[in-house]
Design a protein around this ligand. Sequence first.
Ligand SMILES: [Zn+2]
Ligand SMILES: [Zn+2]
Length: 146
Amino acid sequence: MPILVLLLAATGGATFAGIALGLAVWTLAEYVIHRYLFHALPLFRDAHDLHHAKPHARTGVTSWHSLGIFGVLALVLSAGVLAGIALGYLAYITAHHAVHHWTIRPGHPLYGLKLRHTMHHRGIEANFGVTTTLWDRVFRTYRARR
Ligand SMILES: [Zn+2]
Ligand SMILES: [Zn+2]
């Protein structure tokens, strides 16, 4: 994913505005995918339930599937927007991996994220965003960390 971001950003068509727009689009996509695909559609919900049950297990979307989706998006989006979406996705998979696999103690910059995501894993239909709480606040699914 970092290589994809660099390749897209290095092309002449990638602008700062396009990358910023792609990042913004990603944050909403992250929320919608998690809330409405992973928690509502049986095809995705069953696999996502495995992640909720065993958050340390290596379950999730494979890199090949991700690259395939990005390949399709490359047909319709500008390089800058796609680079921004890829950058957001990279931030998401890194943060999500960190909260489940890193030792994060109080005072660490990711500690609040870890608490919010842990609440989500405990069956509360809230805190669907990982990289930002923005859309949880907009759609009133934000729950303060405990
Ligand atoms: Zn979930
Ligand atoms: Zn998780």
